[in-house]
Design a protein around this ligand. Structure first.
Ligand SMILES: *[C@@H]1O[C@H](CO)[C@@H](O)[C@H](O)[C@H]1NC(C)=O
Length: 181
């Protein structure tokens, strides 16, 4: 039979997990400032970075780059594939861009700088519905490549995940558990 202290401890963990579920994350695109550029090699592609992350409704993408040289265009799948910059869904300028991911499914982004998209400066982010990251965490995230069509080899880039706002819930759990033990 569990002691009341153990039950208290479990309830704190459950509260902390629920807190984690409600937490939105800001993802710095490419894991670093000025990552919004033509990739130096295919393994350096931003879609390699995107594959290593799990995006949920309510999370945000953050771009930091020289706004005088580039922009971020959110486009349709067709315009993503053909690198057509002439009819974006949204054009983000200024070099300090935040896009909140308000729905699940694929989001397509290309560079607004001439010729850059054709050289690989493009990004697909697939947003999962809320909670899926945690409750179905074992199943693989949908790959951006599934939304891009055939003939593109999956990348295995090991670029680091940088979450601007993270670790707080983990620290909270450790703190609360530490208090009752
Ligand atoms: C880009 O899209 C527009 C509208 O769909 C089309 O008129 C134009 O020809 C396209 N440009 C290229 C280069 O494909």
């Amino acid at each position: 039979m569990a002691s009341s202290r153990t039950l208290y401890c479990y309830s704190l963990i459950i509260i902390s997990v629920l807190f984690t579920l409600s937490e939105a994350t800001d993802f710095l695109v490419g894991g670093k400032i000025n990552a919004w550029e033509i990739p130096s090699s295919p393994s350096d592609s931003l879609n390699g970075w995107a594959e290593e992350n799990r995006f949920q409704i309510g999370d945000s993408l953050v771009w930091k780059f020289d706004g005088a040289k580039d922009s971020v265009l959110q486009v349709s799948r067709d315009d993503y594939l053909s690198c057509n910059t002439s009819n974006p869904i949204a054009a983000h300028k200024g070099g300090d861009v935040t896009v909140k991911l308000e729905e699940s499914g694929p989001f397509y982004f290309i560079s607004g700088a001439k010729g850059h998209c054709g050289n690989g400066q493009k990004l697909i982010v697939v947003v999962l519905s809320k909670g899926r990251r945690h409750f179905y965490g074992i199943s693989p995230a949908p790959s951006p490549m599934e939304f891009e069509g055939p003939a593109i080899a999956p990348t295995s880039g090991a670029s680091g995940l940088v979450v601007l706002r993270s670790g707080f819930s983990g620290a909270l759990i450790v703190f609360l558990v530490g208090m009752v033990l």
